[in-house]
Write a protein of this length. Structure first.
Length: 143
């Protein structure tokens, strides 16, 4: 029994000494070679000249503003010429969409805008896909 009491602390000390020593074997370290990350050119978004146009008409590429506020499009109906752009801006605190037969804005959060260039004459009814009671119309006339 006395032998076991002496052997246990000795074995414990040996295991501790082995566990605490560093490995002096193959410590060859490969130096890190810096790799070049290819730069990807970032295209700046095209700037659209700001216009304070309302629901006026014109064929020289005007921007017509429609606000989204209080769960409605204002104005509800706009008449533009082919070549004009309509810009919808969400002024509500909730998300809305502008969904028409040939365009889809995705969800517009407060302050977000969506633009669509109308090139073909016709009547374009649109709505908010989240709130279907919100409806509007864009009437596109020939130049």
């Amino acid at each position: 029994m006395r032998k076991e009491l002496i052997i246990l602390p000795v074995l414990f000390s040996v295991f501790m000494a082995i566990g605490c020593t560093s490995n002096t074997g193959n410590d060859t370290q490969i130096p890190a070679t810096p790799t070049e990350t290819p730069s990807i050119p970032v295209e700046e978004p095209a700037m659209v000249p700001d216009s304070n146009a309302t629901s006026e008409t014109g064929g020289d590429g005007k921007i017509v503003e429609v606000s989204i506020k209080d769960f409605s499009f204002n104005p509800e109906s706009v008449t533009v010429s082919a070549g004009d752009t309509v810009r919808w801006t969400n002024m509500d605190s909730v998300g809305h969409t502008v969904s028409g037969p040939t365009f889809e804005s995705g969800i517009l959060e407060n302050g977000d805008s969506f633009e669509f260039l109308f090139t073909d004459p016709g009547v374009y009814d649109y709505s908010c896909s989240i709130h279907p009671s919100m409806k509007g119309t864009v009437i596109v006339e020939n130049n």
